[in-house]
Design a protein around this ligand. Structure first.
Ligand SMILES: C[S@@+](CC[C@H](N)C(=O)[O-])C[C@H]1O[C@@H](n2cnc3c(N)ncnc32)[C@H](O)[C@@H]1O
Length: 210
């Protein structure tokens, strides 16, 4: 393992706003966010740009970024500590284990920015917008809760729309930001900046899961 990565992993263990899903104590979610409050979730959060932005603009709401890649989480968790964002937390875990950590009905919004498109057919069930994952999210969302997807991959958009309908959900809104149109969306993640820089179209979809 590269030296820098080893250093980041060691620092992660000392960060009070990072929870390691492999060895965390039961009840950490309630200790972090209280017993009732609805939280925002960012899945495959990488550096956690949505978690940070939401934590800044909604100090009254808890925000949780989830990624299995600790080295990426390190960046967002460090920024949250530096800025004193007491409502932002980061969970290092596969999203497949989300229901072990997040109680049902506690999530108001889910952001899925630029998930890996996993283009091969045999990878389809691992896409973060597959029906299997959408069923997981449905358990976590509170009534009226919504999911926001952003991607540069048109096939993934079509796949997601199909999956939403397959689980009885509804597409609420959508936008296709054309290549070259660099209209600033409120939050741009590392991948969004990269794809916009390449002139790629960015698709946004918002949906409910019933
Ligand atoms: C293409 S990157 C996008 C990162 C960030 N959302 C952005 O827009 O810059 C996909 C991220 O999803 C994470 N990821 C993919 N599948 C995951 C899974 N099943 N569980 C947890 N994290 C996952 C990866 O580790 C990676 O950080």
């Amino acid at each position: 393992m590269a030296r820098q990565k080893r250093l980041r992993f060691a620092q992660l263990e000392d960060m009070d706003n990072v929870v390691d899903g492999r060895c965390c104590e039961p009840g950490w979610f309630e200790r972090a966010f209280g017993a009732q409050q609805a939280v925002g979730l960012e899945l495959g959060c990488g550096r956690g740009e949505y978690t940070l932005a939401q934590a800044r603009s909604r100090p009254d709401r808890g925000c949780l970024g989830v990624d299995r890649n600790g080295a990426r989480l390190w960046k967002g968790a460090g920024i949250a500590l530096d800025e004193g964002l007491a409502n932002a937390f980061f969970l290092r875990s596969p999203i497949e284990h989300l229901e072990d950590h997040v109680p049902p009905g506690r999530v108001a919004e889910i952001w899925i920015p630029f998930p890996d498109p996993l283009p091969r057919n045999r990878q389809a069930r691992h896409r973060l917008v597959s029906p299997l994952f959408l069923e997981r999210y449905r358990q976590l969302l509170c009534p009226g809760g919504t999911v926001h997807l952003k991607t540069d991959d048109a096939h993934l958009v079509a796949f997601a729309e199909h999956a939403v309908h397959a689980v009885g959900g509804r597409i609420l809104d959508g936008s296709d930001s054309l290549a070259g149109n660099d209209e600033a969306t409120e939050v741009q993640t590392e991948y969004e900046k990269k794809y916009r820089g390449q002139g790629r179209t960015i698709y946004g979809r918002q949906f409910s899961l019933g």
